[in-house]
Write a protein that binds this ligand. Structure first.
Ligand code: FES
Ligand code: FES
Length: 165
């Protein structure tokens, strides 16, 4: 990890959605702010800014992290994937995203990018989850619209389609 003095800006180099990027960041800049305000990845949403709502979740080296709780400098040399990088190889909806659409798993969509990031890692770690395990994973995300039923169905159906549950 880079060492940056308070107030000093430095260049951070990492991979974003499969492409090498570099950007200037102050030591106290959150990863969420770097992604949104500097790199214009507006799909990363910011709700609570203290790790509760899950809206800002992205993948860093394959693991779901709260980008509001991580300093930008911490991703030096890492691979970061935002919701913009979760589409399929041709830029269309991924299997998981298509399942969200099919099962009406979103309404306003504010929580959706974070949930997709967490669900992506979750399904990689557990290809045959139970409903209880899906709901346990979702306990780290606040959705004000859906009641969660469609989200649970979409994740379970994706696992089933992949030959898991
Ligand atoms: S904005 Fe990061 S967890 Fe809510
Ligand atoms: S779809 Fe609106 S907050 Fe989840």
């Amino acid at each position: 990890m880079l060492e940056i003095e308070a107030g000093e800006k430095t260049t951070i180099r990492f991979t974003l959605n499969g492409k090498p990027v570099q950007a200037q960041a102050e030591s106290r800049m959150q990863l969420a702010d770097l992604l949104r305000h500097v790199l214009k990845k507006y799909g990363t949403h910011v709700g609570c800014e203290h790790g509760i709502c899950g809206a800002c979740t992205v993948l860093v080296d394959g693991r779901a992290v709260r980008s509001c709780l991580m300093f930008a400098a911490q991703v030096e040399g890492a691979s970061v994937v935002t919701v913009e990088g979760l589409s399929n190889a041709t830029g269309g909806l991924s299997e998981l995203q298509a399942a969200f659409r099919r099962h009406h798993a979103l309404q306003c969509g504010f929580c959706t990018p974070g949930i997709l990031a967490s669900a992506t890692q979750f399904l990689q770690d557990n290809n045959a989850p139970s409903e209880h395990e899906v709901r346990d994973m979702l306990s780290g995300h606040i959705c004000r619209c859906t009641g969660y039923t469609g989200i649970v169905e979409a994740i379970l159906m994706t696992a089933q389609k992949r030959g898991g549950a």
